[in-house]
Ligand binder design. Structure first.
Ligand code: CTP
Ligand code: MG
Length: 224
């Protein structure tokens, strides 16, 4: 059987308002290296992946190419200018991808601790079911509340997962989703298709945290 051709998309065009680091989140230093270099290095080292496309803000394109050079990201195909939302940034990357790829794997620059095994498993599962996300089971008790913060209900924790990235899809499924959707209120890629298509969840690791706040950055430094 022909090996799968897999391309990775890395949205890195967010500012990181909640991090309040005084500079753009993908370039914030973690262990002395730019945050986004961690995910790029793991994608580079994943043998299943043959190309990487990164979205960043227009003024950062050069800086991103320099980082790719410094960390020897030879699989970098392109750096594209992102949009106002994550959806728009991924969509701009999707426009660069043709049908020569079988699988598209999308991974946030803000998750430095993704590992090769998880990437490989997400790709394999997407090839089998068409769509796959990495997630962790919820460990807290989860409440829903009204707009005044009074509890409405306790959700069944056994049915709750915290979605992470990577998320992987066959080219056909994700290409169509990004071509037709306007991406309203979408914060992950599976959100575009989960109403129409079965999406398999595979269990990831709590270590694959997303750097969102200063506390996350401190935790990440401790995990290095
Ligand atoms: N992202 C992007 N383009 C945007 C917004 C977000 O490519 N317009 C990327 C971020 O760079 C990040 C990922 O999507 O890698 C997840 O987004 P999030 O963690 O929310 O990062 P930011 O949007 O940068 O952070 P904040 O919401 O706190 O501003
Ligand atoms: Mg954001």
């Amino acid at each position: 059987m022909k090996p799968l051709r897999v391309v990775a998309i890395v949205p890195a065009a967010g500012y990181g308002k909640r991090l309040r680091a005084g500079k753009k989140k993908p370039f914030v230093l973690l262990g002395g290296k730019p945050l986004l270099s961690y995910a790029l290095k793991t994608l580079e080292a994943s043998k299943e992946i043959s190309g990487i496309i990164v979205a960043c803000e227009r003024p950062c394109v050069k800086r991103l190419r320099d980082i790719a050079k410094r960390f020897r990201i030879h699989k970098l195909i392109d750096v594209v200018v992102g949009g106002r939302t994550r959806f728009e940034s991924v969509r701009n990357c999707m426009r660069k991808i043709g049908a020569s790829f079988d699988i598209v794997l999308i991974h946030d620059a803000a998750r430095p601790f993704v590992d090769k095994k998880t990437i490989a498993q997400a790709i394999k599962t997407a090839a089998k079911f068409g769509a796959c996300i990495v997630a962790v089971p919820e460990s807290d008790t989860v409440k829903s509340a009204d707009s005044s913060c009074f509890i409405e209900d306790t959700l069944d924790r056994n049915k709750i997962f915290r979605a992470q990235t990577p998320q992987a899809f066959t080219y056909r499924i994700i290409k169509e989703a990004y071509s037709v959707s306007k991406g309203n209120n979408i914060t992950d890629d599976a959100g575009l298709i989960e109403k129409d298509h079965r999406v398999k969840i595979i269990e990831g690791s709590y270590k694959n945290l997303k750097i969102t706040t200063r506390e996350d950055l401190k935790i990440a430094e401790a995990l290095l």
